[in-house]
Ligand binder design. Structure first.
Ligand SMILES: *[C@@H]1O[C@H](CO)[C@@H](O)[C@H](O)[C@H]1NC(C)=O
Ligand SMILES: *[C@@H]1O[C@H](CO)[C@@H](O)[C@H](O)[C@H]1NC(C)=O
Length: 529
């Protein structure tokens, strides 16, 4: 005790006797000075050794002692338009913005087919300064998928950041292993690290990796570091656009959308999904729901939101908070999904809530989009789970359409662009999984003709699929997909035959021409998939 007293009374320049209740010390002897310096040196060396052994541990210390919130900027900005913007005064769920395409027009340049491709029309200047594109993939990504992506959605963008779970090629790009400097070995759970290492070993041994590999299990670890990387790579971008290797993005509509928002406000756009529950008030039992942007549909962070998430401001004593990834290490380990944790960290650290823009950001495949009530006059921004074939078809269509309209592409255009114009199609499944069925004893299950007639006379039925001597109806318009005969029925019943109620479609589309303008939906978490 005495030693401690003597130590505290030594003339530490940061303390004075009054503050800690000791009488002002007399001028001290050189021995005391020496002891103080030695102590500081020992602590210093200790901390440094610890740092080399376990940097995240040291990094986490201040946050653990003072609480992580001590290092966070105060959540100043609520969602700029308010979370429930759709309930706003005029009662409308959308804005009718008058937007302009940023793409060049073919007729304005000396077009020379064979020498020039669609990239001559792409507004490349925007993807250098204004928009940073970040694509997330894995070393086990399917080659067909990779090829489709690099020859379509990111084909015209010079400055793409490709993040992955290993260093490898992604078309002509080099990926960044964002797990390497976490570092993966101590950051992930042991089980997950084995997957990471096994993938690396397989690549080293030149073994083929397949989508079926367990790579998806370590995907969740990439979400936070990809935002850190994006900032490091291009700190001055106004917007950061994140997508996955099977996300189709409609760039023209993205640029039009972003033109109407201010990047100095903290925005987090995407298709909202319910995430974690949290207690806003420590003492209370009351839980609130956090919302995050579903990763597969792509999402966008404004520079304000991204910096608030990643930057490490110092507290009043000048101590830096932990790296984003370090702070949420435990959360990531324990959660299933990276997009959910990203949404939570944006809320918890940066005070940013999602501005939900469903259905413009869309979690469906092209074949499964339920066109109709919800998907019609809205500009289309993203499609998820796009297979290589449709991805190329979409790209061709997208580029072609832009030459035809001044206005943004809408879901309505997409339906008519890909639906074709036919009333019935064989080996086609358009309503088998989705929708509803009439009772087993209903007459509609007696024949294909009865199934069709039943659909036409049923107010809710837009299309039908006949398969296995059974009739399936759907309440929305699906493009559907090719499907070979299957099942154990009579030969004739194994086929999938789908039909559309062309009358209803015609009537609906005449009533809903979207003439008043595209519906740029307002941010909301009430309107959701
Ligand atoms: C990867 O290779 C290293 C060295 O050959 C080996 O020690 C390690 O166990 C391998 N890891 C896995 C998960 O296969
Ligand atoms: C589909 O074809 C019918 C008859 O051939 C025609 O009357 C109709 O306008 C067409 N619809 C579309 C959307 O092309």
């Amino acid at each position: 005790m005495l030693a401690v007293r003597r130590f505290l009374r030594s003339p530490n320049p940061f303390m004075n006797g009054h503050a800690i209740g000791f009488p002002r010390g007399t001028p001290s002897s050189p021995r005391r000075w020496l002891r103080l310096i030695l102590t500081i040196a020992v602590i210093g060396v200790g901390v440094n050794i610890l740092f080399f052994l376990d940097p995240p541990f040291v990094e986490k210390l201040p946050g653990q002692v003072l609480g992580n919130q001590a290092f966070h900027p105060k959540p100043v900005a609520p969602v700029p338009h308010g979370h429930e913007a759709q309930d706003a005064a005029n009662g409308q769920d959308y804005w009718l913005w008058d937007t302009k395409s940023q793409f060049y027009k073919k007729e304005n340049i000396d077009w020379n087919v064979g020498v020039m491709d669609e990239c001559f029309l792409f507004p490349k200047h925007l993807t250098r300064k204004k928009v940073q594109v970040v694509i997330k993939t894995g070393v086990a990504d399917d080659h067909g998928r990779t090829n489709a992506m690099v020859s379509t959605v990111i084909k015209c963008i010079r400055n793409v950041l490709v993040v992955s779970d290993a260093d490898h090629k992604y078309g002509g790009w080099n990926t960044v292993d964002v797990l390497a400097d976490l570092p993966a070995k101590t950051y992930m759970t042991e089980e997950d690290y084995v997957i990471y290492e096994a993938q690396k070993n397989a690549t080293r041994d030149k073994k083929e990796l397949h989508q079926g590999h367990e790579g998806w299990k370590i995907d969740k670890y990439k979400f936070l570091p990809q935002v850190e990387r994006a900032i490091q790579h291009n700190p001055n971008a106004e917007w950061y656009v994140f997508l996955e290797s099977d996300t189709y993005l409609f760039w023209d509509n993205i640029f039009r959308l972003l033109d109407n928002y201010d990047a100095s406000q903290p925005y987090y756009f995407g298709s909202p999904a319910p995430g974690r529950k949290y207690r806003p008030d420590q003492g209370s039992e009351l839980e609130e729901q956090n919302w995050f942007a579903y990763g597969g549909s792509g999402f966008i962070l404004s520079t304000a939101a991204a910096h608030r998430l990643v930057d490490r401001p110092r507290n009043s004593l000048g101590v830096k908070g932990a790296r984003l990834t370090t702070e949420y290490q435990e959360d990531i380990r324990n959660d299933c999904c990276g997009d959910s944790i990203l949404g939570y960290a944006l809320h918890d650290k940066a005070g940013v809530e999602i501005s939900g823009l469903w259905p413009m950001f869309n979690p469906h495949k092209l074949e499964d989009v339920p066109f109709g009530q919800d998907y019609w006059c809205e500009p289309i921004i993203s499609l998820h789970k796009t297979d290589p074939g449709p991805m190329k078809d979409l790209w061709l269509w997208d580029n072609d359409q832009r030459q035809k309209h001044e206005r943004p592409l809408l879901y309505r255009d997409l339906l008519f662009g890909f639906h074709g114009n036919f009333s019935q199609r064989e080996n086609w499944d358009a309503a088998f999984d989705a929708g509803f069925q009439l009772d087993d004893d209903s007459d509609v299950h007696s024949s294909l003709e009865a199934c069709e007639a039943g659909c036409f006379s049923n107010e809710e039925c837009w299309q039908y699929t006949w398969h296995g001597a059974h009739c399936y109806y759907s309440r929305a318009l699906y493009i559907g997909r090719y499907k070979e005969s299957d099942g154990y029925h009579e030969e004739i019943d194994r086929k999938y035959i789908s039909g559309w109620d062309m009358n209803k479609i015609q009537t609906w589309s005449v009533k809903n021409t979207c003439e008043e303008g595209p519906h740029w939906v307002k941010p909301s978490i009430k309107r959701k998939y």
